[in-house]
Design a protein. Sequence first.
Length: 58
Amino acid sequence: MPQFRVETVVDAATGKIYAELYYPENEITPLAQTSPIYSSHEQAEQEVLKIFNEGFNK
């Protein structure tokens, strides 16, 4: 089963959190990145997982 990796990062300019998506999971360069809109690392992770679950469960 293919796996991906999600990392959360603090944006230095805004202090907000953004998520980076890596596929395959051992990739060095992110495949996609969200905007820095989250107030916590946990919120960013949960939102990315929610998007994936909604997309794959259609």
